[in-house]
Each structure stands twice: as C-alpha cells, then as structure tokens.
Design a protein. Structure first.
Length: 133
C-alpha cells in the first residue's frame, strides 16, 4: 500500500456491497397456473410468476433482483428430483430480471428445490473510522 499523505486526519473503511453464495436447500411448493407467488429466501424475494406444462416439459417463470441467482436448481416431480434442463432469459429491468426455467417431464405434485442462492446486498456504510493525531 502507498503511505498515507502527511495531512491525513481520518481514515474510514466503508462496506459498499457484499456478494455471497450460500447453501439454502429451500423447497417451494408449486401450483400449476397459479400466478404471482412470492417466497423469501435469506431476505431475497423470489417471485414465481407462472408454472405451466408445454410439450411434455414443466416451465417456471421466476423474477428476482438483478443480482440474485438460484444455483443448483431442481424440480421435485411426484417425489423424483429432476435437474434443470435450461434457463431462458426474459425481461431484465433496472432492478429485476425474469427468466423461465425448464425441466424435462411433468408431474402432479411439484416442488422447486433451491439448493444454493447467490446474491448481492448493497450497504453503503462506514464500518470503521480512525482519527489520526
């Protein structure tokens, strides 16, 4: 590090933002054709916009904050855990993004399984201040 200038009177340590990956193992019960279910995982809103079947596969439209990612995503269909087939990116706005996730197959009882969540929190706060004599 460079030496502080001689006329420095105070130093501050600021936490601007924090990105984290966290194992969550959350299970979200889904209903086909139900619109707008909001789930809170670690303070992050996960909006299930729509759950539907098409061409023998199950699709789930999801909206989150731009910096929130659902990692290790599975769909439990009637007791069988199915891995994510693909993510189809949709609308991205200033503060949120919507995408549709696709899983092979269909089922009567559906649970979205989120094993890991990646997110960013903005803090913009001073966490340490030191006056220099």
């Amino acid at each position: 590090f460079d030496v502080l200038p001689k006329d420095t009177e105070e130093i501050e340590l600021k936490l601007v933002s924090l990105s984290a990956n966290q194992m969550v193992n959350e299970r979200i019960t889904l209903e086909k054709d139900r619109l707008g279910k909001t789930i809170d995982i670690l303070g992050e809103d996960i909006i299930i916009n729509k759950v539907y079947e098409e061409n023998g596969n199950t699709y789930i439209s999801i909206t989150t904050a731009n910096e929130t990612y659902l990692n290790l995503l599975y769909l439990d269909m009637d007791g069988k855990e199915v891995k994510l087939e693909q993510t189809i990116e949709g609308y991205s706005g200033k503060d949120s993004r919507t995408r549709t996730v696709e899983f092979k197959g269909t089922g009567k009882n559906l649970e979205l399984v989120v094993k890991k969540l990646r997110f960013k929190k903005d803090y913009g706060m001073t966490i340490y201040t030191e006056k220099i004599k």
